[in-house]
Ligand binder design. Structure first.
Ligand code: COI
Length: 355
C-alpha cells in the first residue's frame, strides 16, 4: 500500500468518563480514508481529523445500500500496551462480504495496516477501565453519483473508532431474548452471511417490537420454514444441551462470527463436545422443558459473551440456568476476555500488538 498520509487534528477532544461510555456514541479525533476508482484501484490512504463527509446526494450507497462493514476492538493490556484481536479474520470476512456485494475488496494486509496505523494514532483513546475497549468500525460505501442499479465504479473505505463499554444496558448480566416468528432476517442465496447494513436494516422492526415487550433482542429463525434457529440481532448463539455445545451451522444466512469461531476453538481445546448443525426452536424449547438446556449465550465482538437468561417463543418460555450465567459461559467469558485484554497468555496467537 502507498504510505498512509497523516494529518493530525489541531485540537483534541476531551476524553469521556470511562464509566459512562455505553456503545458507539463517542468518536475519536481521527478517521482513516481510502479511495477506490475503477481502473486505478484503491488509492490515497490517509488519516485525517474526524469530521462529517461531503457526499453527493445521488451517491449510490444512499439509494441501493451497496455497503459492507466490520467490527473489531483494541484492548488496553495491564502493562499499558494496546492490542487487537484477530484483525486478519475481519479483513478476510470483509473480502467475502465485498464479493457478495460487488465491491472491490480491500486486500487483507491493507486492511490490517490501516487499522493498526489508525489505532496507533488514537492510542490514548483506548480506555483501561475493566470491560472497556476501543471499538473499530471499518466500512466501505459506494460513492458514484448515479441512480442506475449497477456496481459503483467508486468507493470510499473508512475506519472510525469509538471508546465503548458494554453493548447491553444490562452489562454482562443475562439478557432476555424474543424468538421472532414473523419477520425474517435472511435467506440462503441472500446476504445473510455478509456484514452489510441491509441485513441490519431489515432487523430493526422486529428488534423494536421485542424491546417494547421488554426483551433485549430478537432470535431469528430461518427465512424459509421459520423453524431453525439462526442468530440474534447482534451476535451468534450457542446452547449447551446435555453436555454438548450446539450452535447453528453456517448455512449461508448466518453471520460467520469471529467470536463464535473463537468460542468453538476454545471449546475444542477443552474437549467439550461441539455440534454445528441445524437446531429447531422446537428442539431447543423441548430441551428446556425437560431440563436438558443447561446454558445459552450469545457471542459477538460488540456483545463479547452475553449470557441468555430467558427465551420466549410463540407463548413458550425457557428460563436458562435459573436466569443466571452458567459455568461454561463464565469460563468462555473469562478466557476470551482474558486473552483480549492481555491478562491471560495468548496461546492461540490471536492478538496483534499496536507498536
Ligand atoms: C459487532 O459485534 O461488531 C457488530 O458488528 C454487531 C453490531 C451490529 C453492533
Amino acid at each position: 500500500m502507498e504510505t498512509i498520509q497523516i494529518t493530525r487534528a489541531g485540537s483534541l477532544k476531551a476524553k469521556p468518563d470511562p464509566k459512562t461510555l455505553g456503545f458507539g456514541k463517542i468518536f475519536t479525533d481521527h478517521m482513516f480514508l481510502l479511495d477506490y476508482t475503477a481502473g486505478q484501484g484503491w488509492h490515497d490512504p490517509r488519516i485525517i481529523p474526524y469530521a462529517p463527509l461531503a457526499l453527493d446526494p445521488s451517491a449510490m450507497v444512499f439509494h441501493y445500500a451497496q455497503e459492507v462493514f466490520e467490527g473489531l476492538k483494541a484492548y488496553r493490556r495491564p502493562d499499558g500496551g494496546v492490542q487487537l484481536f484477530r484483525p486478519g479474520e475481519n479483513a478476510r470476512r470483509m473480502i467475502r462480504s465485498c464479493e457478495r456485494m460487488c465491491i472491490p475488496p480491500v486486500p487483507e494486509e491493507m486492511f490490517v495496516q490501516a487499522v493498526k496505523t489508525l489505532v496507533g494514532v488514537e492510542k490514548d483513546w483506548v480506555p483501561s477501565e475493566p470491560g472497556t475497549s476501543l471499538y473499530i468500525r471499518p466500512f466501505i460505501i459506494a460513492t458514484e453519483p448515479a441512480l442506475g442499479v449497477h456496481a459503483s465504479p467508486r468507493y470510499l473505505f473508512i475506519i472510525i473508532c469509538s471508546p465503548v463499554g458494554a453493548y447491553y444496558d444490562t452489562g454482562i448480566n443475562p439478557v432476555k431474548i424474543y424468538v421472532e416468528n414473523e419477520d425474517v432476517r435472511a435467506v440462503k442465496g441472500g446476504t445473510g452471511y455478509t456484514k452489510c447494513g441491509g441485513n441490519y436494516a431489515a432487523s430493526i422492526r422486529a428488534g423494536e417490537r421485542a424491546e417494547e415487550k421488554g426483551f433485549a433482542q430478537v432470535l431469528w429463525l430461518d427465512g424459509v420454514e421459520r423453524k431453525y434457529i439462526e442468530e440474534v440481532g447482534s451476535m451468534n448463539v450457542l446452547f449447551k444441551i446435555d453436555g454438548t455445545v450446539v450452535t447453528p451451522a453456517l448455512t449461508g444466512s448466518v453471520l460467520p462470527g469471529i467470536t463464535r469461531r473463537s468460542c468453538l476453538e476454545l471449546l475444542n481445546s477443552w474437549n467439550v463436545p461441539v455440534e454445528e448443525r441445524l437446531i429447531s426452536a422446537q428442539e431447543l424449547f423441548d430441551a428446556a422443558d425437560s431440563g436438558r438446556l443447561e446454558e445459552a449465550w450469545g457471542s459477538g465482538t460488540a456483545a463479547v459473551i452475553s449470557p441468555i437468561g430467558e427465551l420466549d417463543w410463540a407463548g413458550r418460555r425457557a428460563v436458562v440456568n435459573g436466569g443466571q450465567t452458567g459455568p461454561l459461559t463464565h469460563k468462555l467469558y473469562d478466557t476470551l476476555t482474558g486473552i483480549q485484554w492481555g491478562t491471560l497468555p495468548d496461546t492461540f496467537n490471536w492478538t496483534v500488538e499496536i507498536p
